[in-house]
Write a protein that binds this ligand. Structure first.
Ligand code: PGA
Length: 242
């Protein structure tokens, strides 16, 4: 699974150009889904385009609100996302966690309601630089995984995104990624009695030069790509090389 997370970038014109180029050049492999997450304001527009012309690319949202029904000005719930064609939603991205001060309870509600609406959550976890320096990485991951109750685990996709690697050009070393992914998988297995395989993606400064090595690790089941996903040619090459 290769996910393009556009964050707060793009326009209708850029989305059309990107979809045209990516869909022409991508060597689509049904076991490696290609997921496009444009900003929420373009989701409906993108959903229509995907349905009509670009069936190999799946739609994901970058965030949703925690409740299905509440008088929340500016809110978008998971039911609305499904209604406009989303199949995936990113939950707990560090940029949202930090800015909105999202608690585990809020994140747990987001996860629960998305799953209820048949929207597959991509649940992001990861430590800050300070936490890494203090050797707190594993404790922090355990704490973040507390938002995932046992019965939700098998319905989620996880994404390990060390905060210090996001948008910095400094991806984690492959040995570190392998160690942490193995640790996350161990925690997930302990949380659930389900035998379903739970994918763990890596995100944080993935680019054309490091994607192959990172994706080739047995413990890495996909990539969550921010900056390098914005240019169609780069994203296509990453998809095809991985
Ligand atoms: P980046 O972002 O690839 O630009 O580091 C990844 C993400 O935030 O999902």
């Amino acid at each position: 699974m290769i996910v393009a997370n556009w964050k707060m970038n793009g326009s209708k014109k850029l989305i059309i150009e990107w979809l045209d180029l990516v869909s022409k050049n991508i060597e689509i492999n049904q076991t490696k889904k290609c997921i496009f997450c444009p900003p929420n304001s373009y989701l409906d527009f993108t959903g229509t385009l995907l349905k009509e012309s670009y069936k190999d690319i799946r739609l994901g949202a970058q965030q949703c609100d925690s409740e299905l029904s509440s008088p929340l000005t500016g809110g978008t719930n998971s039911q609305m996302l499904v209604d406009i064609g989303c199949e995936f939603v990113i939950i707990g991205h560090s940029e949202q966690r930090i800015r909105l001060k999202e608690s585990n309870q809020i994140l747990a509600d987001k996860l629960k309601n998305s799953i209820r609406m048949n929207l597959k959550p991509i649940f992001c976890i990861g430590e800050s630089l300070q936490q890494k320096k203090n050797n707190q990485t594993k404790d922090i991951l355990i704490e973040q995984l507390d938002a995932l109750s046992g019965n939700l685990v098998s319905e989620c996709i996880l994404a390990y995104e060390p905060v210090w690697a996001i948008g910095t050009g400094e991806n984690a070393e492959i040995s570190y990624i392998e160690e942490i992914h193995a640790f996350i998988k161990e925690q997930l297995v302990n949380k659930t009695s389900s035998k379903n395989y739970i994918s763990v993606l890596y995100g944080g400064s993935v680019n054309l030069h490091n994607c192959k090595e990172i994706y080739s690790s047995d413990n890495v089941d996909g990539l969550l790509i921010g900056g390098a996903s914005l240019v169609a040619d780069t994203f296509t090459k990453i998809y095809n090389m991985s």
